[in-house]
Design a protein around this ligand. Structure first.
Ligand code: ADP
Length: 443
């Protein structure tokens, strides 16, 4: 009997273990941290052996294959040992892909993945398609393949998942953009991160589709290196050479495969970045043969996703917007770009090696004040104080919201779009967004 070891027992690890068990493997799950009770229960229910708080070498390095959770870096000692021993390491998505023939719609990019994935899912569900949501959101692909199979899977793929994918193949691949992110996991080599993202098109055939943002300089450069087999569907904000999706005279337009258009004003998501996301999702729906009136209706009634440019409340004429998910500089750029009023911007947190230069012109143009929110705000002072705006230094969400309340004038917007990860002061970006919303609602 072949032995599969699963490293990391979160959503993807637990799902992978259950599928492996179902497929008749000898399965062992090992997690260096505590395993959440819900996943312990799932493993116990399936009689899967697990350990937590340690990695027992003798029970791991006898694996025929290892399924590694995306959160575990390649530099983790046990992963290095497995590589040295020549044990194959794959991701949960790669593993699940072996046991299904369903159609895979895969979405990646540095920003916009969750929004676009949720929007594609919304369109497919509205059309009555049997679709499952997987990857970074929803239940793991492996668990659905094992216990709740669907005809289509709409999968959000991070670069960490793509890293350990080899044979998997996307029927429809969407590549939204590539900008610097997670460089700490890629040896601070941008090209390593870019190569991971480009894996979204590996193994595609002429029967497949590849949707991508035509204006991205990195994608453009990379495409020259690949012999792309899939039918290409490039999109851009405005009509330009090669693009088959764009905005023209206020009309959201898709030329292929089926010509489609609607008024831009009818799109429920606002902001320039969401034009891209709406184009990518609409093209995917069009390729899947979904009727025009369904696509039109879905693009105009999509409620949006929490923590992404989410309107919280208007207090004394000041609008509060939660964009806690903006954990890199590019995401904040698009958030600021979409603002129609002056902004009090909340920035800061755990810096992943940010270069703040790209947002300085927009901050100068749009912001009336800056509120720094982090355990250590020195880099923010060094970067932004020279712009000459009022700044406040805060170290908790309570202090931060109080500072914003004092600084913002009626008609302005307080925008939490912090360019940084949240782990210095918060559990995660959701916790940061929840605390912000709670405090704003109590103002
Ligand atoms: P991801 O899942 O890739 O992190 P999200 O949809 O959660 O993407 O959005 C993350 C952040 O990026 C949000 O702050 C959002 O405002 C911004 N954003 C969304 N779509 C795009 C895009 N196409 N280009 C740039 N920024 C975007």
């Amino acid at each position: 009997m072949k032995r599969i070891v699963v490293l990391g027992a979160g959503e993807s690890g637990a799902g992978a273990a259950i599928l492996a068990k179902k497929e008749g493997f000898d399965v062992f799950v090992s997690d260096m941290s505590k395993i959440a009770p819900r996943y312990k229960q799932m493993l116990d229910d399936h009689q899967i052996v697990w350990e937590e708080g340690q990695h027992t070498e003798s029970l791991i390095l006898n694996a025929d294959e290892i399924i590694k959770s995306p959160g575990i870096p390649e530099t983790a000692p046990m992963v290095k040992k497995a590589v040295e021993k020549g044990i194959g390491i794959i991701s949960e998505i790669e593993f699940a892909g072996r046991y299904t023939n369903s159609k895979m719609i895969c979405i990646t990019g540095s920003n916009g993945k969750t929004t676009t994935t949720s929007l594609v899912y919304h369109i497919f569900k509205k059309a009555g398609y049997d679709a499952g949501l997987a990857g970074n959101i929803g239940n793991s692909l492996a668990l659905q393949v094992a216990e709740d199979p669907h005809e289509y899977y709409i999968i959000e793929l991070s670069s960490f998942q793509l890293d350990n994918m080899y044979e998997f193949h996307a029927n429809i691949a969407i590549l939204l953009n590539i900008t610097p992110d997670h460089l700490d996991r890629y040896n601070f080599e941008m090209q390593n991160y870019v190569d991971a993202k480009m894996r979204i098109i590996q193994n595609q055939t002429p029967d497949d589709a590849f949707i991508y943002w035509n204006d991205d300089p990195i994608i453009q450069r990379e495409l020259r290196k690949y012999d792309i087999q899939a039918i290409q569907y490039p999109f851009s904000e405005l009509k330009e050479k090669g693009s088959i999706g764009y905005i023209s005279e206020g009309e959201y337009t898709i030329e292929q495969p089926e010509p489609f258009n609607m008024e831009q004003e009818q799109l429920s998501l606002t902001g320039r970045h969401n034009i891209y996301n709406s184009l990518a999702a609409g093209i995917a729906g069009d390729i899947a043969g979904i009727k025009k009136d369904i696509i039109r209706q879905s693009l105009s009634d999509f409620p949006g996703v929490e923590h992404r440019l989410e309107k919280v409340a208007t207090v004394r004429g000041v609008h509060y917007v939660n964009d806690s998910k903006a954990t890199n500089v590019d995401a904040c750029w698009y958030a600021l770009d979409s603002m129609k009023t002056k902004v009090v911007l909340i920035v800061g947190g755990k810096d992943k090696g940010n270069d703040y230069d790209p947002i300085k012109p927009l901050i100068r143009e749009k912001c009336s004040a800056l509120v720094y929110l982090g355990a250590d705000n020195k880099k923010l002072h060094d970067n932004f104080d020279a712009l000459g705006l009022p700044v406040r230094d805060t170290h908790s969400m309570k202090e931060c919201v109080e500072a914003c309340y004092e600084l913002a004038s009626p008609g302005e917007t307080v925008l939490l779009s912090p360019c940084c990860a949240s782990f210095d002061l918060f559990k995660n970006m959701e916790d940061r967004g929840e605390q912000f919303k709670e405090l704003v609602r109590n103002l």
